[in-house]
Write a protein that binds this ligand. Structure first.
Ligand SMILES: Cc1cc2nc3c(=O)[nH]c(=O)nc-3n(C[C@H](O)[C@H](O)[C@H](O)COP(=O)(O)O)c2cc1C
Length: 205
């Protein structure tokens, strides 16, 4: 039996650059608009985990940014335990990328700048939704939407104080690519702190 011989080697010594390369590959082959979909895992103060999808809105050498309601379950968990994990899975290129590390709120300037780019109705929705709290019926949500729609009918919609972004600054970034017979390629970039150099290591699949 012949084994697949093409081996996936990291093309760079920066995980962000490697991520950029794979993201571009995924953009070329994945369903439109879906490449920035990622799973965010957080944990409460006793270490009990929870996970949900959020959208990556920015990435660079400082980390990966997403936006949410800071009073949501994830927001409360990040306040108690400011560490998270992010996971991308791109089916079309049979690859996953995992990031983990500390999570810090973005600055108010950065949050304002991103919020300003959102469509008006999404801004109104951010006011109307008490994300993750119980909602007795959908009518209540729609009434809240109408209320804020009217309230800001003649004004710019400000950013709610509880709506902002977080940046995960990775300490570990793992790239996984599917290979024949489950002999997958896995390699991990790890560093002790943001100022430390990355160390690269291949892992058993
Ligand atoms: C494709 C997709 C994209 C989503 N993007 C976001 C997002 O960027 N921010 C967000 O707060 N919730 C987003 N959500 C909703 C979350 O998955 C989740 O339901 C919500 O944030 C509440 O999570 P929590 O109760 O764990 O805090 C998205 C859901 C899906 C399916």
């Amino acid at each position: 039996m012949r084994l697949e011989t093409a081996v996936f080697e990291p093309q760079t010594d920066s995980p962000f650059e490697q991520f950029r390369i794979w993201l571009a590959e995924a953009e070329a082959s994945e369903v439109e608009d879906d490449v920035n979909v990622m799973t965010l895992a957080t944990a409460d103060s006793s270490g009990r985990p929870s996970a949900r999808i959020v959208l990556m809105k920015k990435y660079n050498e400082n980390g990966i940014v997403f936006y949410t309601n800071t009073k949501s379950q994830k927001g409360l968990e990040l306040a108690m335990n400011p560490f998270g994990a992010l996971l991308f899975y791109w089916r079309s290129i049979r690859s996953q990328v995992r990031f983990d590390g500390p999570v810090v709120p973005v600055s108010t300037d950065e949050a304002d700048e991103y919020y300003a780019t959102r469509p008006r109705n999404s801004k109104i929705a951010a006011w109307a939704s008490k994300q993750s709290l119980p909602l007795s019926n959908r009518g209540t949500l729609m009434q809240a939407f109408d209320y804020f729609d009217n309230k800001y009918s003649n004004a710019l919609v400000p950013r709610p104080p509880y709506w902002s972004g977080y940046r995960l600054s990775p300490r570990r970034v793992e790239f996984w690519r599917d290979k024949q017979f489950r002999l997958h390629d896995r390699f991990v970039f790890a560093r002790k702190a943001e100022s430390f150099p990355w160390k690269l290591q291949r892992l058993f699949p």
